[in-house]
Design a protein around this ligand. Structure first.
Ligand code: AVJ
Length: 321
């Protein structure tokens, strides 16, 4: 049915202006960083899909295992006639498992930052689920955006936030985002969210340092993106991928490390890098179930049920406002 892409009005004159602004800000601070949302251009989204196929990258498979095993139970919790809004829908792989079980969903709203990826995914879904209304929204979900309404009044709205994307936010920002989602919801609305659990350091570090180098390519794509979209002159061969578990902070950190001292020019701004200086490109927090319950309860969510995979590597939690 309705499958027209909704583009929300941008807060910046152009996406490139926002990207440039965030990069200049991130590289000017004492500990250099770039927001990880910029991984997901068309190429980055495709590399991420390849990461999900890697032997070492357990989170994708663990979450799919949970969805396959408890799909019926989970959708019983969500109930019939819902409007399903997905944050960071990517290829909507796990959503298909939900859609196979859901009873008469009124509308599916995939929200993603990569327009090309979103369009491809929504077209494929509309083809495979001809009875389903799909209303894709191209937006950065950390900013306010308009959620399309369904033709029929839904019983409730459920936010689906899979993939442990919540882990990419610093803890205070994650709590703020969970609060924002709560504010956008009405009493009785639901949140189905996936997050990665704390585990053995070796398992964690292998997942972000795969032997085939796909995660390294994913990380370095950010340099290619800055070169092609912002006219930067990063020598991509002189940066290496570095990922490790920061135990005290409970997170994997991904960095780009310069192999030698160098200067980089980005739109008239020159940045000096000392040898071994790093740019932090991603946090991936690993929480315990009780820690996560606490974070969500603080901002108005009530945990109804939690499901985990056999090895307790990953959790999917259902909460209500
Ligand atoms: C699934 C997007 C949350 O943090 O594990 C995968 C992205 N980064 N390998 C994660 C990612 C490096 C990822 N998210």
């Amino acid at each position: 049915m309705s499958n027209s892409l909704i583009e929300n009005p941008p807060l910046y004159a152009s996406p490139a202006a926002e990207f440039l602004d965030d990069v200049l800000k991130g590289l000017s601070s004492a500990s250099r960083s770039i927001p990880s949302k910029y991984f997901y251009d068309d190429i980055g989204s495709t590399i991420f899909d390849a990461i999900c196929e890697l032997d070492e990258y357990y989170p994708a498979r663990a979450e799919i295992e949970i969805m396959n095993h408890y799909g019926h139970e989970i959708t019983c919790r969500l109930g019939p006639d819902i409007r399903l809004v997905e944050y960071g829908s990517g290829s909507s792989t796990k959503t298909r498992i939900l859609l196979n079980h859901l009873i008469d969903p009124c509308l599916y709203v995939p929200v993603d930052i990569s327009i090309q990826h979103l369009t491809r995914t929504s077209d494929a879904l509309a083809k495979d689920y001809p009875m389903l209304s799909v209303a894709p929204v191209a937006a950065d979900f950390t900013r306010p955006f308009v959620v399309p309404m369904s033709e029929f009044e839904p019983r409730r709205t459920c936010i689906y936030f899979p993939g442990s994307t919540i882990g990419n936010f610093a803890q205070a920002e994650a709590i703020q985002l969970l609060a924002d989602i709560a504010h956008r919801c009405e009493r009785g609305d639901g949140l189905l969210i996936g997050f990665d659990l704390r585990k053995d350091r070796d398992v964690l570090e292998s997942a972000y340092n795969d032997r085939a180098g796909v995660t390294a390519a994913f990380n370095k794509n950010l340099l290619h993106r800055m070169n092609s979209e912002l006219g930067a002159n990063f020598n991509t061969h002189q940066f290496s991928h570095h990922a490790f578990f920061n135990d005290a902070a409970g997170r994997i950190e991904m960095h780009l490390v310069t192999q030698r001292e160098q200067s980089v020019l980005i739109a008239d701004h020159s940045f000096r890098f000392d040898r071994s200086e790093t740019i932090c490109t991603e946090y991936s927090h690993k929480y315990s179930i009780s820690e996560f319950k606490q974070m969500t309860a603080q901002v108005g969510w009530h945990c109804k049920e939690t499901w985990t995979d056999q090895r307790d590597y990953f959790a999917v939690m259902y909460l209500e406002r």
